[in-house]
Design a binder for this molecule. Structure first.
Ligand SMILES: Cc1cc2nc3c(=O)[nH]c(=O)nc-3n(C[C@H](O)[C@H](O)[C@H](O)COP(=O)(O)OP(=O)(O)OC[C@H]3O[C@@H](n4cnc5c(N)ncnc54)[C@H](O)[C@@H]3O)c2cc1C
Length: 591
């Protein structure tokens, strides 16, 4: 297939639509759904053979301050609070007009979903990640998708990307944060037993007819709900349809060349093309270009997110937004090598790190951060600490160790090891878990300075007596305490490390999504080097440069903007279409 001359009009198209969307994560699904709701014919193309991208395997949380649902939950707040928080978080990087576009779109986009579709949410009530900073919220500005019955998708259920197997139990059952607490103690009360049976029995019944559990939660529920809404709206969703290049005629993007199982196809988009291919996380060249200061081996972004949207847009003159604090969002991850040579990567969200009785140390055996802070903050601290304490290793991924005792593992688990897990030996044999009878011995085993580690644990244990982390303030913020253990007094995030044997797990940075993406206008129009929009071209999700500029204010700050800007893109496409229809001439819009 030859490239198209930028000026000439194309005469042959294999297929036509009004709005052509690439990518089936939250951004693409929302763009297609919103375009359809605006009365336009939408077509969604997904390169892989399943729908949902990273979104389907994510926590599914969306940060949407001001959404009506939060206000209805009694948590209305002045917009100025949110602005104070964001100004503090983003500092000089804050793009006020773009952020205003996001904040103003939150309630409209969410109202549309609640009113007209099957995409429904609940107020998740997770504190902001810097809940105690000016304007921070301890009650939460995020929503999560309501659980969803996958059977409602009928035969399309098989097209929904499943969660990662390590997050499933009982042969394919999804387990939420609340489920874990109940499933761990099914006999604690009649209510717990009833809830346990009420979860497991329907799961086992659904397994008789389905290859995995059909009670979908978090990111999988979000994608399932979008899919149902799109099916009802009659929007075609093509899998194995991969964006190759954009077609530009007379300066306007009018369609794309798409790789399909039957060969390349030219698809015309009468009103707009939306790029939502998930960003550059798995594009090794782009990592080289944008992330050299942040070396890392692993990403849990979907493996097919190889920068197709960003690359295609750059090929026709689009600009990349580089003004970010970090080019990606991070989590500390531990990695287990499997006998077949594969690796299992576990990201340490909040289930273990935030609990009392664990510290993170560097090669000197010293703590370097508040371990109960957000996953992103902890990894950023690892990169900073590396430049100070291990400058000779800069350029390679930094490594830290999570240290705990036997009592901790039993109560809370550690990474791949679930709480109450009876057999730790396989994890020790695999080299994933390191174990020793003394801290000194453990330090020697993992190549950490023994005096440093012994000293760090001693200081930590003394701090635990009064529950004040004198070095890093662990447990001081509402966010820290939310993830701690409420039964632990006086500080739910601090308990001494003293019950041999002692354990260590190595952690390294793992990206969960990227922040470097295409520069856009307020309605997700892709901008060129001249700051003008490229007519007909839009980007959202991680294909769009993050409105948060690589800062991580709270849970859901990638999916929230993904949904809002996808909605804004559709509204803008509809407006341009209508103004064309009424004979008005549209021009490029300055950023
Ligand atoms: C474990 C985990 C938990 C997370 N939890 C949260 C959370 O709770 N809240 C939050 O805000 N963020 C979370 N994130 C980050 C979030 O999941 C991503 O930032 C988000 O899903 C990106 O959405 P997207 O629509 O841009 O891309 P994706 O959801 O990744 O979808 C992109 C799609 O585009 C497709 N594609 C790629 N190339 C092409 C092509 N050439 N043509 C057509 N299609 C193509 C891909 O196959 C993929 O299906 C989490 C990430 C991880 C890894």
């Amino acid at each position: 297939m030859t490239a198209f001359s930028k000026g000439a009009a194309r005469t042959h198209w294999d297929e036509e639509t009004d709005v052509l969307v690439f990518g089936s994560g939250a951004a693409g699904l929302m763009a297609a759904l919103s375009a359809s709701a605006c009365g336009m014919k939408a077509l969604l193309c997904e390169s892989s053979d399943l729908l949902g991208g990273t979104t389907a395997t994510s926590g599914g949380s969306i940060w949407v301050p001001g959404a009506s649902l939060i206000a209805r939950n009694g948590r209305d707040e002045p917009a100025e609070n949110v602005w104070r928080y964001l100004r503090n978080e983003l500092g000089e990087r804050l793009d006020e007009p773009l952020m205003r576009a996001f904040l103003e779109g939150c309630s409209d986009a969410l109202d549309f979903l609640e009113r007209d579709t099957d995409v429904r949410f609940q107020h998740a009530m997770n504190p902001d990640y810097h809940s105690d900073a000016p304007g921070g919220s301890s009650y939460g500005r995020n929503l999560s998708a309501l659980p969803f019955d996958g059977r409602l998708l009928g035969k399309h259920f098989a097209m929904l990307r499943p969660p990662r197997p390590i997050y499933l139990t009982f042969g394919g059952m999804m387990v939420g944060r609340r489920d874990v607490q109940i499933l761990l103690r099914p006999y604690a009360s009649w209510r717990a037993l009833k809830q346990t049976l009420g979860t497991i029995i329907p799961h086992l019944v659904s397994r008789l007819t389905h290859p995995r559990g059909t009670r979908l939660l978090i990111g999988n529920a979000l994608v399932g709900r979008f899919m149902l809404s799109l099916i009802k709206a009659g929007v075609p969703m093509y899998v194995r349809h991969s964006l190759l290049e954009l077609v530009r005629e007379d300066g306007r993007v009018t369609g794309a060349i798409v790789e399909t199982p039957a060969g390349p196809k030219a698809i015309r988009a009468r009103n707009g093309v939306v790029l939502a291919t998930g960003g550059i996380a798995q594009d090794l060249d782009a990592r080289q270009e944008f992330m050299t200061r942040f070396p890392h081996r692993h990403s849990l972004a979907f493996s097919g997110n190889k920068g197709a949207g960003v690359r295609a847009a750059r090929a026709i003159g689009a600009e990349v937004s580089r003004n970010v604090e970090s080019p990606a969002y991070w989590s500390p991850a531990s990695v287990k090598k499997n006998p077949d040579g594969t690796e299992t990567v576990w990201i340490h969200g909040h289930m273990d790190r935030g609990k009392p009785g664990l510290i993170a140390v560097n090669a000197a055996g010293k703590r370097f951060a508040n371990e109960a802070d957000s996953y992103h903050d902890l990894v950023m601290a690892m990169y900073r600490d590396q430049t100070v304490h291990a400058p000779s290793t800069v350029g390679t991924p930094p490594q830290a160790w999570f240290i705990c005792d036997h009592r901790f593992i039993k109560a809370y688990g550690l990474g791949l090891i679930k709480p109450l897990y009876p057999r730790l030996q396989p994890f020790v044999d695999a080299g994933y878990l390191r174990r020793a009878d003394s801290l000194d011995e453990l330090a020697r085993l993992i190549g950490v300075d023994p005096a440093g580690l012994v000293g760090s644990v001693a200081t930590h244990n003394v701090d635990c007596i009064v529950g004040v982390d004198t070095a890093f303030g662990r447990g001081a913020s509402a966010f820290n305490r939310f993830n701690g253990d409420p039964d632990q007094k006086p500080n739910p995030c601090m308990r001494s490390i003293e019950n041999a044997p002692f354990y260590a797990v190595a952690v390294q940075p793992c990206s969960i999504g990227t922040t470097v993406g295409l520069r856009t206008g307020l309605d997700a129009q892709v901008l060129g080097a001249d700051g003008l929009s490229i007519p007909g071209l839009y980007a959202c999700g991680n294909d769009m440069g993050s409105v948060m500029r690589g800062t991580y204010p709270g849970p859901g700050i990638t999916l929230g903007p993904a949904i809002v800007f996808a909605w804004r893109a559709a509204q803008h496409i509809a407006q341009v279409k209508n103004s064309f229809a009424s004979g008005q001439k549209t021009m490029g819009v300055a950023s």
